[in-house]
Design a protein around this ligand. Structure first.
Ligand code: NAD
Length: 282
């Protein structure tokens, strides 16, 4: 196992996991890092290359579309491409195994994720609240569900985005490449697309009913397992405290520490399998 998780911390954490009846997992970009999807805030991360003021809001995207479609296409390709190719890693798989284990003991595990990559569900977790939406759920201008994309379809969109900036008519070609994902009105404005992924952008409300359900699950948890998040995005980052305020214990997994509780430093794909496989002695 990488990092410095002490044997005693791991044993204590494993005992808490084994004894818990209602576990809430609160996950962020770090749990998917080993699946090849960049984190956002870490050194050299996505937001350093693509500042959120420019790339994280509909208005920012609208300006880029008008002024620099090639840069916008590169951003979207880098955002969508890795998600389209990703598969669950041992960290996701350990959480799915944990759900099966706790269910067999009459308990329940709920994943509250900030990620939009659907990898928890693909690994086998059944109760997943995607509080920042999903890259795969296409919604209309009012937020109503229209259809669900499959991963290969997303891969084709990423390829089309890459090809769109070769040759003339870059803006038109970008709009066409994006059409299965984002439906731009004829005026080309990004502020009110006809359809788009349900991904929550800066300044937008969290996804519903996921957010209400996530808060309810956090309040009922006896253990919150925080994995791969900087804890800097609000209001999502209130979830661990909501759980601990209601009496839950907290375990955090990741190279950096953001919350009070037991910290198991290291990569999710290495620490989580060890945590789940290490039944603490009674
Ligand atoms: P973040 O980028 O702010 O923080 C990532 C955290 O993960 C850091 O603390 C980092 O130390 C840790 N980390 C890096 N590698 C790790 C590993 N192998 N194992 C465990 N931890 C690791 O991410 P955030 O807190 O989730 O906030 C970013 C926002 O951007 C989220 O709201 C999310 O919606 C979105 N996002 C989603 C994805 C995705 O869907 N996979 C990817 C990037 C960003």
């Amino acid at each position: 196992m990488s990092g410095d998780a002490s044997v005693s911390d791991l044993a204590t954490a494993a005992r808490l996991v084994r004894d818990a009846r209602r576990i809430v997992v609160f996950s962020g970009a770090g749990v998917s890092a080993e699946s090849g999807i960049d984190t956002f805030r870490t050194e050299g991360g996505f937001w350093q290359r693509y500042p959120p003021e420019e790339f994280g809001t509909p208005m920012g995207l609208a300006k880029l579309y008008a002024a620099d479609p090639a840069r916008l296409a590169r951003f979207l390709e880098e955002l969508v491409g890795p998600i389209a190719c990703a598969a669950p890693n041992p960290g996701h798989q350990a959480l799915a195994a944990l759900e099966r284990g706790i269910a067999s003991r009459g308990g329940a595990l709920t994943v509250i994720t900030q990620n939009v990559d659907a990898l928890h569900q693909e690994a086998g977790n059944s109760a997943v609240h995607e509080i920042h939406g999903s890259m795969f759920d296409i919604v209309d201008a009012e937020g109503r569900a229209l259809r669900r994309l499959e991963r290969p379809e997303l891969a084709r969109i990423a390829d089309a985005l890459a090809r769109s900036q070769r040759g003339l008519f870059k803006r038109t070609r970008l709009a066409r490449a994006l059409l299965p994902l984002i439906g731009l009105p004829s005026a080309g404005t990004w502020t009110q697309p006809r359809h788009r992924p349900s991904v929550v952008m800066f300044g937008e409300a969290l996804a519903e009913p996921a957010w209400q359900r996530a808060q309810a699950a956090a309040r009922q948890a006896d253990l919150v397992l925080v994995v791969g998040t900087s804890g800097l995005v609000y209001p999502a980052a209130t979830i661990p405290e909501l759980a601990t305020d209601a009496g839950a214990r907290l375990i955090e997994v990741g190279p950096e520490r953001a919350f009070d509780g037991i910290w198991l430093p290291g990569k999710a794909g290495e620490v989580l399998p060890a945590l789940v496989a290490d039944p603490a002695p009674s």
